[in-house]
Design a protein around this ligand. Structure first.
Ligand code: BJW
Ligand code: ZN
Length: 236
């Protein structure tokens, strides 16, 4: 089966890789759901919301600052590097990630769409100005804008729209893809997970890589049970 998959990938002109938190687990960044996915007994659904931020911005910022510190220490793993290598030889390649950690960029991927934003970018809650801040920990949480109002992480919380343009670019690429890899995502958060449906409807060969079953496992063409850092270098 791996040979068959290698051949499909080698012969494809348009490839999309769609990644989630499982991609970075082997870099030491815990996923949201499943074992190790909780922070101080809070779920992402409790903290990654505009309402949680309004209620307790310090708590939400403490969560992000702790994650920034962990992500700053993390290094891209063999899976990130294998995807960067695939991009260099594929005729057309797009990496659509739900991750905010920046590890795909650091592994050398160039054509990257960040569906859920970027933890290294801060945005003013009032004037909307956005800037990069790589300090971890931040000297003070919550951080404030030059205009005096509070900053927030430039990420997408539940109930919020995706950044302008990212959905149309991802949807178009998924609909035209010949091979679509879905890697390390539980595929339960929408609209992101809907890209798998878009790819299937467009006729792509869909390959899933995940140690666990997902709601899409029965629908994809190949479902490989295992870790991204182990399987990607073997098929790419
Ligand atoms: C490994 C591994 C290894 C382990 N190798 N794999 C339809 C029905 C019901 C609700 C909705 C719906 N459509 C939209 C909604 C609402 C909502 C939603 O989807 N809710 C669901 C939970 C039900 N969606 C939204 O609100 C989205 N916005 C939206 O819809 O806007 C339109 C709108 C506006 C206004 C009103 C109504 C609609 C926005 C979603 C934003 C998600 N944000 C977060 C936080 C980002 C910032 C941050 O990081 O703090 O994004 S939540 C969190 O989940 C994060 C992730 O990107 C996202 C997905 O998680 P992911 O990546 O799949 O991780 P896990 O942990 O779930 O899975 C890891 C997987 O890896 C597991 O399967 C493991 O097995 C595997 N794994 N080790 C490979 N080594
Ligand atoms: Zn401001």
């Amino acid at each position: 089966m791996l040979d068959e998959i290698r051949e499909r990938i080698a012969n494809a002109r348009r490839i999309v890789a769609f990644t989630g938190a499982g991609m970075s687990v082997e870099s030491g960044i815990p996923a949201f759901r499943g074992p190790g996915g909780l922070w101080r007994t809070f779920k992402a659904e409790d903290l990654a919301t505009p309402a949680a931020f309004e209620r307790n911005p310090r708590l939400v910022w403490e969560w992000y600052d702790a994650r920034r510190q962990n992500m700053a220490k993390a290094e891209p793993n063999a899976g990130h590097c294998a995807l960067a290598g695939l991009e260099r030889r594929a005729p057309e390649f797009l990496l659509v990630t739900q991750n905010i950690d920046g590890l795909h960029d650091r592994a050398g991927s160039r054509n990257v769409v960040k569906l859920h934003g970027d933890i290294w970018m801060l945005r003013c809650t009032v004037c909307g100005r956005e800037h990069q801040d790589l300090r971890a920990p931040l000297p003070d949480v919550p951080p404030y804008c030059e205009c005096g109002r509070m900053l927030r992480p430039a990420v997408v919380w539940f109930g919020e729209f995706l950044p302008p343009g990212v959905w149309s670019k991802s949807e178009l690429a998924a609909s035209r893809a010949e091979v679509f890899l879905t890697i390390g995502t539980s595929a339960v958060v929408y609209p992101a997970a809907g890209l798998i449906d878009v790819a299937k409807a467009g006729g792509a060969t869909v390959i899933e890589i995940n140690p666990q079953e997902t709601p899409y496992s029965g629908a994809v063409d190949y479902s490989l049970r295992g870790a991204a850092g182990d399987i990607l270098p073997r098929i790419l």
